[in-house]
Design a binder for this molecule. Structure first.
Ligand code: ZN
Length: 92
């Protein structure tokens, strides 16, 4: 799935509810999901890790929607490798 598609899907699926709850709530949910991902990375199996990465991605897309950020544009920061040195792999 393309990032733009994911972002649009999150908007269509949860946009209205997310706007009602606000940015602070979305940040809190994202932080909670990052915590769950940290736990899955440490002691989870492949299924749990995939599940938690998906949840974090979804909340990042939601937050991007609430903040008016284009996810594709944000990802483009890394489109040509390391944003600092411009190399792939990074030579910093
Ligand atoms: Zn670098």
């Amino acid at each position: 799935m393309e990032l733009a598609h994911l972002q649009r899907l999150m908007e269509d699926t949860y946009g209205e509810r997310d706007r009602a709850r606000g940015v602070a709530a979305a940040v809190a949910w994202l932080a909670e999901e990052v915590g769950e991902l940290a736990q899955a990375a440490r002691k989870g199996g492949p299924h749990e890790r995939t599940h938690e990465i998906g949840d974090v991605l979804a909340w990042v897309a939601t937050l991007a929607n609430l903040l008016g950020v284009d996810l594709e544009e944000a990802a483009a920061r890394y489109a040509h490798g390391c944003p600092k040195c411009g190399a792939v792999p990074c030579r910093c």
